[in-house]
Design a protein around this ligand. Structure first.
Ligand code: NAP
Length: 283
């Protein structure tokens, strides 16, 4: 039996792990909510870790409101940077492998080819800067960690682009979506599935990995496919980033190179359209 602690069970990714748990009878999960286990509180973390002999801790906890983050620097740093560091320190003390989820926002989006794990980072905003600081803290403290960077996460759970588009398609007749930012939408359930395979593989090639669904699209293309698959008649207009100003600057090109994880796990990563179809049918 493999023993796994999952933080932030009620977040989008945390809920994906809960829904997949039944398919993995060889893994004994303990799921903790943000109120049971605050990752910025060492006593909380150690209380959770000392109860069992965990092999892995999957950290799904993060401050993810990218725009609000610009105005809440201290709090965002406390969760995304200090929280990650404290988790790593406790994992070291209890000899637990940490699997930490990070983001494409550690890059500035000025590339024209998919980002490799070792490419130079240069986050544009508070969210990306604090996530990067969290990554660096983990790698300074621990040897046995996996940092998985992902992009454009959506699912049937929590707040995400898919659910926002589906809601707006019922509330409005027309919508504008940016067509000049591209990336790879990632079904959070696919990400969770890959992480559970990684755990079951017991692989010890620790380090940083990228995971997203295959394919490159703009937010406009993503919305178009959502409306097509959900039979929505909403009028969709392509707009430019400059017409939709947000407090946090987004990377223009957010494509992650995923070969390292594919090779490690002999994984065939699903195309974004296939996974989107699956997510909509699971809703
Ligand atoms: N969403 C995306 O598009 C995206 C893209 C790339 C990477 N990621 C990364 O993927 C991971 C999962 O994201 P997600 O979409 O599942 O995020 P989410 O739905 O916003 O969930 C984040 C969870 O973290 C919890 N949390 C916040 N502060 C905490 C603390 N101090 N201690 C414990 N829990 C805390 C929140 O609980 P409360 O609600 O109670 O505060 C919430 O349950 C994150 O690391 C994120 O940075 C996300």
């Amino acid at each position: 039996m493999i023993h796994v602690l999952v933080t932030a069970k009620d977040g989008q990714l945390g809920q994906c792990f809960q829904s997949l748990a039944v398919k993995h009878p060889n893994i004994q999960f303990v799921f903790k909510s943000s109120s049971d286990l605050d990752i910025t509180n060492t006593a909380n973390i150690e209380d959770a870790l000392k109860d069992h002999t965990f092999d892995y801790c999957i950290n799904c906890a993060a401050y993810t409101a990218v725009d609000k983050a610009e105005e809440a620097i201290e709090l965002v740093d406390k969760v995304n940077h200090i929280g990650a560091k404290l988790l790593a320190e406790s994992c070291k003390k209890f000899n637990v492998t940490l699997i930490h989820v990070s983001t494409d926002f550690v890059f500035d989006g000025k590339a024209t080819v998919p980002y490799l794990e070792d490419d130079i980072t240069n986050p544009l905003g508070v969210y990306g800067k604090t996530k990067l600081a969290g990554e660096q803290a983990i790698s300074n403290v621990l040897e046995n960690y996996f940092i998985i960077r992902t992009s454009w996460l959506y699912s049937e759970y929590g707040n995400n682009f898919l659910k926002t588009m589906l809601r707006l398609s019922k509330e409005r007749n027309e919508i504008g979506v940016v067509g000049d930012q591209v990336g790879s939408p990632t079904y959070a359930r696919d990400l969770a599935d890959m992480i559970l395979r990684l755990i079951e593989s017991k692989n010890t090639s620790y380090g940083v990995y990228h995971y997203s669904n295959k394919g490159v699209v703009s937010w406009y293309d993503f919305a178009k496919e959502i409306f097509k698959l959900s039979d929505s008649s909403i009028t969709l207009n392509k707009i430019e980033t400059k017409d939709y100003p947000t407090p946090a600057v987004r990377p223009k090109y957010s494509v992650l190179h995923t070969e390292r994880i594919s090779k490690l796990l002999d994984l065939k990563i699903p195309n974004w359209k296939v996974s989107l179809t699956q997510a909509i049918s699971n809703l």
